[in-house]
Design a protein. Structure first.
Length: 277
């Protein structure tokens, strides 16, 4: 396509509406994510609907019914919300569709404190300089990924710590532990995750029956899995949890692992797994 043709396509008016996302939109929303290079949890939209049923929006072409963009704004508490999945198909960018999605989502969120993670430098500058978000400098995320390689140096056991699968008998203990470490009630998220058939998870319990950590590994697509969430009382328990969860993955899979730049111990676990930044 020539530059003139591209400019003409960009200026062609699109008749569209912005509406709440429905469960039936999930497949096409996944296509939008793929068009901008995102690989997300295959059940992410359903998880968000459980947490905030009215928190996801799509831009839809009135004439063709095609979905053009997607954004979510999840009301987590009365004073806290999170923004994510903000994208428009590349061929429809530059026509104000993103702004329309943004305005509708912000209207839903009201006057809550908003948090987001920017994945690219240009979007970081947009959120900081145009949308006036404050940059928290010590909370950058490192993404480590790669094919799994066996490592005999991974912690194999810890005296006094046992690992069990999360189920209906202990999920409330996991939720209470998560509340303690995150400061949020994420019961809907955790209850959804442990019921997903392809989800891999483990719970760490000490000799007194207290929860001291837990880990989920979820599927993004048939070959890519990611670690999230992972919490533990210390890095040894975290390493034991993620190592044992990884051992349950099907062969020839790629793993994605996120951690904060402020946590060298968390980064070391990724390195032990054979992943690279």
């Amino acid at each position: 396509m020539t530059n003139i043709e591209e400019m003409s396509e960009k200026t062609t008016k699109v008749n569209y509406i912005v509406r709440e996302m429905q469960l039936s939109d999930c497949r096409e929303v996944h296509e939008i994510w793929a068009s901008v290079g995102w690989s997300r949890h295959i059940h992410e939209s359903q998880v968000i609907m459980n947490i905030d049923p009215n928190g996801q929006y799509v831009a839809q072409d009135i004439d063709t019914g095609k979905l053009l963009g997607n954004m979510c704004g999840v009301n987590i508490t009365d004073d806290l919300a999170y923004i994510g999945s903000y994208c428009v198909r590349p061929e429809y960018q530059g026509r104000g569709i993103g702004k329309a999605l943004w305005d509708k989502t912000i209207e839903h969120l009201g006057d809550r404190n908003l948090g987001l993670v920017s994945s690219k430098q240009n979007t970081f500058e947009f959120y900081r300089d145009v949308r006036n978000f404050r940059y928290i400098s010590d909370r950058r995320v490192i993404v480590m990924a790669g094919p799994l390689t066996p490592n005999p140096q991974l912690i194999d056991n810890i005296d006094g710590i046992s690992l069990v699968t999360i189920d209906g008998h202990n999920v409330r203990d996991v939720i209470e532990y998560d509340k303690h470490v995150s400061g949020l009630d994420r019961s809907l998220l955790i209850e959804f995750f442990y019921k997903i058939p392809e989800s891999i998870n483990l719970l760490a319990i000490d000799d007194h029956g207290h929860v001291v950590g837990y880990c989920f590994i979820n599927e993004k697509n048939l070959r890519l899995y990611y670690v999230e969430p992972l919490y533990a009382d210390n890095e040894r328990i975290a390493e034991l949890l993620v190592g044992k969860c990884v051992a349950r993955l099907p062969p020839n899979r790629t793993l994605e692992y996120k951690c904060w730049t402020s946590s060298e111990k968390a980064q070391m676990i990724g390195t032990k797994l054979g992943l690279s930044e």
